[in-house]
Design a protein around this ligand. Sequence first.
Ligand SMILES: Nc1ncnc2c1ncn2[C@@H]1O[C@H](COP(=O)(O)OP(=O)(O)O)[C@@H](O)[C@H]1O
Ligand SMILES: [Mg+2]
Ligand SMILES: [Zn+2]
Length: 242
Amino acid sequence: MSDFARQNKATDAKIDTTTIFASGAFKIVYKGKYTKGERAGEECVCKIFKSESVFEESYFQEELKVVAKALEIVNMFNRDKHINQKILLNEPDVWTFTSGNKKGKKALIEPMITNFEKFNSNSGWTPKESSPWINAMQALSHFSYHTSNRRALLCDLQGGVYKDGFVLTDPVIISTNQEYGPTDLGVEGISTFFASHRCNQYCKVQWLVPHDKKKHFNVQKSTAMVLPNRQSRAALTCRLPG
Ligand SMILES: Nc1ncnc2c1ncn2[C@@H]1O[C@H](COP(=O)(O)OP(=O)(O)O)[C@@H](O)[C@H]1O
Ligand SMILES: [Mg+2]
Ligand SMILES: [Zn+2]
């Protein structure tokens, strides 16, 4: 199920950690260049978590779990041809710095996306204007809720236009079991998202919508997070290998 994954296809990279390239609610992003492998010479990004907390190891695992689930949904959306262009998803790998002042530390590495744009957030923010890509992304979110039979919502859709398609990165999965990390706002998040969602030409009339649509969170462009809950985190760490 990795057909629409955009992978590193590289084994080494040189990262410039002297300048912060970008940052979000959760991560600091550095720019770099792949040095070995198929993508050697191409630009990449390197992401580290802002807070070096005891939860860091679980953050990496959760990021990869979100990407795997998101990829399943993106693959289905492409296969069903809900739009006439394809959507790719950057698939990060966890690499370890082998030199410099971050030696031994882990980071997420993935290919660079140019012309970065954000299309929705996990609290239901969407751009005021509309365009085919903006609408396609709202439809992808709606589709995810339908195809998961109300259990999950793929959102925080952001990335860049790429040849004949669109490349996404860092999506959020909101789930009824709240099992996808600190940006998973649970049932109230799903309800909040749909309070703002307006179906467009790419949404299908038969797609499920929640019965309850209410703004439980402030609608904001930046990613909203819930603070780690002691019990749930402890349970998660137990399941980590090693
Ligand atoms: N693959 C990428 N290529 C280019 N810029 C990126 C890429 N991934 C993230 N960014 C930039 O870094 C910012 C933060 O990255 P993101 O993965 O969204 O972290 P956070 O978890 O903090 O939201 C993004 O808003 C974007 O500006
Ligand atoms: Mg983000
Ligand atoms: Zn819709």
